[in-house]
Design a binder for this molecule. Sequence first.
Ligand code: CA2
Length: 139
Amino acid sequence: MKKILILNGPNLNLLGKREPTIYGSQSFEDYFETLKGTFPGVELHYFQSNHEGALIDKIHEVGFTFDGIIINAGGLTHTSVALADALSSVTTPAIEVHISNIHARESFRHHSYLTSRCKGMICGLGLRGYEMAVAWFND
Ligand code: CA2
């Protein structure tokens, strides 16, 4: 069974509670339950943290044994060389996901330090982006 980690960064614990016009009205915990039902043959893990170091530690923890990492680093996407280095330092491939279309928003969101370290990037398709990333790893 493939092991996949979904890694969410800062503020994504507020999904479903604030800014529903941008990020939708479902909490990630609820969505995660649906996702597990969609992929019964995949061992799905979920970790969210508001702390950069905790996200890096998690990448190191799973990055040599899991089959895939799906990462939405939140605002750290646009600032964190350290997260990019963590993705480069492990063997598990990653896919970057953003709920909103970062290229249709403020210019500071247009650059991601992570994209070049990932197999691909999905943005603007809401929570469905996570499902598409799981499907790709599960192929
Ligand atoms: O669109 C995405 O998934 C983002 O990664 C979300 C980040 C943002 O900084 C990126 O540019 C794009 C922000 C996460 C904040 O999430 C919230 C969710 C609900 C309410 C408030 C914030």
